[in-house]
Design a protein. Sequence first.
Length: 166
Amino acid sequence: MKKYNDNDVVVGGFIDVDISVEEVIRNMWEVSGDDLYWKVEDEVKKWSKSFEDGKKYVVRGKVGSRGYYEGLEVIREGSVLYEKDLIFGSDFWMLRLVKEEELKEDLEDGSYSREEYDELIKLYREGSNKEVFEESLCGCINGFDGEFNEEESYYYYVVDKLKEEE
C-alpha cells in the first residue's frame, strides 16, 4: 500500500474551486438536514481568514450524522489538496491501514476467528476500491463528490473570497 508524502497531490477531489465562503456554506446548508436551525449569514460572519493579496484556502465542509452541519475547516492556505488532508485517502489507502490495525486488535481480543480475520485482511490488502466500499460503507474521493462514511460526509473546496458578490 502506498503511503503519502508531502508531494502527493490529489488530482481533482474538489466540489468547486475559486468560490466564496458564502457559496460553500450555502452548499453545505443545502446538503444538510438541519437547515431550519442555522443561517448562512451567521456562519459567514465566523470566517476569520484574510483574502488580501489573492490568498486562497483549501477548506473541508462537514455534515454529520442525521444531516447536521458541523462546520467548515480550513485545511491550509493555497489551492492544493494533498493525500494527507483526506479522511480515507483517494484510493482508500488510509482506511485500509486503519482497518488492518483494527482487525489485528480484533483478532487478538477474540472478536474474530483466524478464518474471519484472514478473509477481511485479504480484502483490505488486495480488494478493489469497490469491494472496500461495499464492506466498509465508506466513500473515497475518487468515486464520489467528497468522502463519506455512515456518520459523516466531507466536502472539499478552494475559497478565494468571503462573499459571492466580491
